[in-house]
Design a protein around this ligand. Structure first.
Ligand code: FES
Ligand code: FES
Length: 151
């Protein structure tokens, strides 16, 4: 079985897994990192959105072999100790979540967007395209605007 070493939320990990095993199952089933959610498995719902070397990815379609030597960040690794990331603060301020299932992915997508542009337009925000079955899109927009202002 191939061995893969990479960093997850600041911790070096080594896992034995087939090269083509999706990162999502390594995170959830082998490493106990449950923030990235499973919704579709085919890069449509975006509920699993996380970061690989700072760029947003969908771990359900990224093979674990693509992560060797790289840094994976999930919602669990976003805060700095007890200090929440500004996007998390904005999410709380705007009371965005309903059931919460999609929210780790929504926040990770928003952080990646704000890394690409400090003043996203409505079109930029809508282009995130993470699905929320509870329809929190309006509050997501407000939270991203609020986070952009404080970052
Ligand atoms: S689980 Fe739907 S995009 Fe990854
Ligand atoms: S808050 Fe329920 S799916 Fe988005």
């Amino acid at each position: 079985m191939p061995s893969h070493t990479f960093t997850v939320n600041g911790r070096s990990v080594t896992v034995d897994a087939p090269d083509d095993l999706p990162l999502l199952w390594v995170l959830r089933d082998m490493l106990g990192v449950h923030g990235p959610k499973y919704g579709c498995g085919v890069d449509v719902c975006k509920a699993c959105t996380s970061h690989l070397d700072g760029a947003d990815i969908r771990p359900c379609v990224v093979p674990v072999s693509a992560c060797a030597g790289k840094t994976v960040t999930t919602i669990e690794g976003l805060a700095d100790g007890d200090e929440l990331h500004p996007v998390q603060e904005a999410w709380l301020e705007q009371d965005v979540s309903q059931c919460g299932f999609c929210q780790p992915g929504q926040i990770m997508a928003a952080v990646a967007l704000l890394g690409r542009t400090s003043a996203p337009t409505d079109e930029d925000i809508d282009a995130i395209a993470n699905i929320c079955r509870c329809g929190t899109y309006f509050r997501i927009r407000e939270a991203i605007r609020s986070a952009a202002a404080r970052m």
